[in-house]
Design a protein around this ligand. Structure first.
Ligand SMILES: Nc1nc2c(ncn2[C@@H]2O[C@H](COP(=O)(O)OP(=O)(O)OP(=O)(O)O)[C@@H](O)[C@H]2O)c(=O)[nH]1
Ligand SMILES: [Mg+2]
Length: 325
């Protein structure tokens, strides 16, 4: 394929067609200079898409729910994007097997763009790749972008930092509710979906979750919806709950939330870069390797080692009290 110019790429993304979007995301993911240029061009056009995060333990039905929500919102005539992030999977670029099966209904629909992302193949890390893909989809005119992430509480990609509305997906009989409470996760979601509600313990879980929510003090209690993702039961209600949260946010809170989010994201990516730089420098520097060995041999105390390392790598005072020298 002939090299596309920046102009062609920008137009391609704006057209909302699948191939140019895929090409653009790949360029950005691979850290190509053209990808960087492209994002710079497209960024001013973003901020239109509404991002809905789906998070929850492995296997609760996030992808199946996403697929059902795509059908529902497509029926409303919306342009849709889906990004599925699985840090535990080595695969990338649409190759996650489960997602291919779960979301395959939409593969022929030009109004839907689906991207799966695994751990590998992203220069700059998964968090950055996710942000960039979301921006490309936004610029491509996708009105709603669903973002699926495994909610381990410590995953690299925290859904609350990328979504306007966060849906926590739970499933009955899994101890999920208890886990969620322990993790303090109840404060995060805006909507809770109890999926696989055909399960005999669904009602019990609903009661448990309600009791937990009664304990917490949050600005707005998440709504709870029972769903059966395979049959599409409760999907209308789930979407209504998302829209209700969106309405509650209103334009001002939404803008506030997004402003806070983008700052967090930029800072997180910058921190990630700094960390990589540090690791590389230490690995390549015999002097710093010696410092590490000295700590191991108890010839040097740990804080002096830290100081020596950050002074050398970042040219800053490493005693924790001073910043740039
Ligand atoms: N009985 C029942 N099974 C469901 C429901 N929703 C999803 N499943 C099944 O549960 C399994 C996992 O569904 P996925 O949608 O892949 O779950 P996921 O949360 O995306 O999983 P990961 O991406 O691996 O974390 C699949 O076999 C689905 O067919 C439901 O509402 N009821
Ligand atoms: Mg999935």
């Amino acid at each position: 394929m002939a090299e596309l110019t920046i102009e062609q790429l920008v137009d391609g993304v704006r057209s909302g067609k699948r191939r140019p979007i895929a090409r653009a995301i790949s360029l950005v993911e691979n850290g190509a200079p053209k990808g960087y240029e492209l994002l710079k061009r497209l960024y001013p056009e973003t901020g239109q898409a509404y991002a809905v995060g789906l998070t929850g333990s492995p296997g609760v039905g996030k992808s199946t729910l996403a697929s059902a929500l795509v059908s529902h919102t497509r029926a409303m005539g919306k342009q849709i994007g889906v990004i599925s992030v699985d840090p535990s999977s080595p695969f990338t670029q649409g190759a996650l097997l489960g997602d291919r099966i779960r979301l395959s209904d939409h593969f022929l629909d030009e109004g839907v763009f689906i991207r799966s992302m695994g751990a590998r193949g992203h220069l700059g890390g998964l968090a950055q790749a996710t942000l960039e893909a979301a921006l490309v989809l936004d610029a491509a005119g996708k009105e709603i972008v669903f973002l699926e992430t495994v909610g381990t509480g410590q995953s690299e990609v925290e859904v609350r930092s990328v979504a306007d509305t966060v849906v926590l997906v739970l499933m009955p009989g899994s101890g999920d509710a208890v886990q969620a409470l322990k993790a303090g996760i109840m404060e995060i979601p805006n909507v809770i979906a109890i999926n696989k509600c055909d399960h005999p313990h669904a009602k019990t879980m609903l009661t448990e979750v309600r009791q937990m929510l009664a304990l917490g003090e949050v600005e707005r209690k998440p709504s709870i919806v029972l769903t059966e993702a395979i049959e599409g039961e409760g999907i209308e209600e789930l979407w209504a709950a998302v829209e209700e949260h969106r309405d509650w946010l209103g334009p001002e809170r939404l803008l506030e939330r997004r402003r806070a989010r983008i700052a967090v994201e930029v800072f997180a990516i910058a921190s990630e870069r700094a960390k990589e730089h540090l690791e590389r420098k230490v690995a390549d520097d015999p002097e710093l390797q010696r410092v590490l060995r000295d700590v191991q041999d108890r010839k040097l105390d740990p804080l002096s080692a830290v100081r020596a390392i950050v002074e050398r790598v970042f040219d800053i005072q490493g005693n924790g009290t001073d910043s740039v020298s």
